[in-house]
Structure formats: C-alpha cells, structure tokens
Write a protein that binds this ligand. Structure first.
Ligand code: ATP
Length: 289
C-alpha cells in the first residue's frame, strides 16, 4: 500500500487553518441554532488561493500516510458521507480530496434513485452493503440521507415513513461506529447564487451539458423545502458516533481544504499502529540481508 507521495511530505509542521484565515469546521451541535442561510456558504478573510492550496496539499499528504496506516492496522474503517444540493461539488471533493488515497483502499459509491429491487428492501439495505470493511475508506456520493431529503421534499413516501428514519439512521450509524467505522458526514453548503452560476455553466458549456438534468430545475425551485429537510436531518442525526459538518462550499479550494482537514483530524484521532513483525517471520528473515 505504499506509493510515492504526490503531495507535501507528511512530516512537515502543519500549516494551521487559522493562519490561512479559516476556521476549522466543527460538528453540528443538535441543540444550538444552525444557520443554513446563503451567507453561511461563503467564507471571508481566507488567504490567497496559493496559500490555501499549499495547506490543502499538506493535508492530502497526511491523508495518504494515514490511509497506509489504516490499512496496515486493519482495525478501523473510515466512511466519508458527502451530501449537498445539485452542483455543490461532491464530485470535486471525490476527485481532489479522495484522490489523495491509494485507490486500492478506497471505494466510492454513488446513490441515485433506488432500483425496483432496492425499493423492495428497507432503505438501509443498499447502504449497508457499501460500508467499507476495516482497513478501508468508503466514500458516499449522496447516501441514506436522501431517504429523509429527496424522499421528503419530492413526497416519495408518506411522512410517517420518512419521519421514522431519523431514529433508524442514528441506530445504524451507532452500529457502524461500534464496529470500528469512523464516520464523517459533510454537507457541502452552496448559496443559491453560486448554484445558479454552476448550473448555468452546465447549460452554456457543451462539455458540461450532460450534467444538467430537468430535475435540477425542480429541486432548485424547492430550495426552502430542501433547507428545512437538511436542517432537520443535520440536527437530528449529528451524533458523537457520526457527526455532521456544514462545509461552506461556494469556494471550491476552501471547501476541499476544510473537508480534507475534517478527514485528517478524524483519522489522526485513531490509535493507528503498524503491526510488529511476528517472531517467526523475523527469525525466518534473520539471514536475509
Ligand atoms: P450533481 O450534484 O453533480 O448534480 P448528482 O449527485 O445530482 O450530481 P445524479 O446521478 O444526477 O447525481 O443524481 C442522483 C439523484 O438521485 C438525485 O436527484 C438524488 O436526489 C436521487 N436519489 C438518491 N437517492 C435517492 C433515494 N433514496 N430516493 C430518491 N431519490 C434519490
């Protein structure tokens, strides 16, 4: 699992987020007010792009090293859940932040509308199968949260059904946590103006036309309803076992840095150890050199 680092060496002192004008994102506190307004999607006072990129590159280097230790240690898994409105940048995070990892140890799963078979199962059935095994990193591009977001807003199931799901989700995530899965859930928060700009560029640029879907217009028209649904999901399901982070995402480089930082801190908090060589192997290799 070792590969030459494309990023900054991980043994250099880490440039703090505050030194580049940013505040680290903290878990959503379920009992405190949560601001999902347009202004909260932006950050002011951030350093210039070059400095932000340098801080990001450093964290990507650390993530690469941490993944190596995660794999060797084999007792924990990491699950990064990415949620956000259309064009909020989930794919960009996967490409840039998750690109730090050795692909052998990462599995990305995108959750679209459930298939007929998936609809015949409970809503967590397809999700549970995509949870990473110990030693690996899993990334969800959308997730089981669509079952209390899209399902709620587009009225795909009665309220009695989706309302019961918050408790199911918390119990499910608690189960994963108890089994060694470290869960980081990031809501990529874009403003209405920024989303408009990004969706417009998908219309204007022939190479991006394929990304534009008619449903994007419908979902944008339900902005307030989605905000309400996100608000409830983020406050009801931000737990010690599986915290939610609201990541200001109007600026792509800042977004990547903040998410890389969340992931790095979560992995650094793990007691990862490289296994010591068994005596029998050491003995067998005694005269090898
Ligand atoms: P982008 O954010 O770049 O626009 P995307 O994440 O919207 O990309 P798509 O494959 O175009 O990717 O969309 C996936 C669609 O599947 C979303 O509209 C989402 O709401 C929907 N979806 C995912 N899970 C469910 C679910 N459980 N029930 C209903 N719809 C779902």
């Amino acid at each position: 699992m070792t590969a030459p680092s494309q990023h900054a060496r991980s043994d250099k002192a880490l440039v703090s987020l505050t030194s580049v004008g940013l505040t680290p994102v903290v878990p959503v506190n379920p009992t405190a007010p949560l601001d999902l307004g347009n202004a909260a999607a932006r950050v002011s006072g951030a350093a210039n792009k070059k400095e932000i990129e340098a801080a990001l590159s450093q964290r990507l280097g650390r993530l690469e090293a941490l993944q190596d230790a995660l794999f060797a240690d084999g007792r924990h898994a990491v699950l990064l859940v990415l949620q956000g409105r259309d064009a909020s940048g989930k794919d960009g995070v996967i490409k840039t932040v998750c690109g730090a990892f050795n692909p052998t140890g990462v599995r990305v799963t995108a959750f679209g509308p459930p298939t007929p078979l998936e609809l015949r199962h409970d809503f967590l059935w397809r999700v549970h199968q995509a949870v990473p095994p110990r030693g690996q990193v899993g990334v969800f591009n959308r997730s089981h949260y669509e079952d209390v977001l899209a399902v709620r807003v587009r009225r795909l199931a009665p309220e009695t059904v989706w309302r019961g799901r918050y408790a199911h989700i918390n119990a499910f995530e608690e189960l994963l946590h108890a089994n060694g899965v470290v869960i980081c859930k990031c809501f990529l928060h874009v403003s209405q103006d920024e989303q408009h700009e990004r969706l417009t560029s998908r219309l204007d640029d022939p190479r991006k036309n394929w990304k534009f879907r008619a449903e994007d217009i419908e979902d944008r028209a339900r902005w307030a309803e989605y905000t309400e649904a996100y608000h409830e999901a983020l406050t009801r399901c931000s737990t010690a076992a599986a915290p939610w982070y609201v990541v200001p995402s109007d600026n792509k480089t800042v977004r990547n840095l903040l998410i890389a930082d969340v992931l790095m801190r979560a992995m650094e908090a793990l007691p990862l150890h490289y296994p010591t060589m068994p005596d029998a192997v050491r003995e067998a290799a005694r005269d090898f050199r």
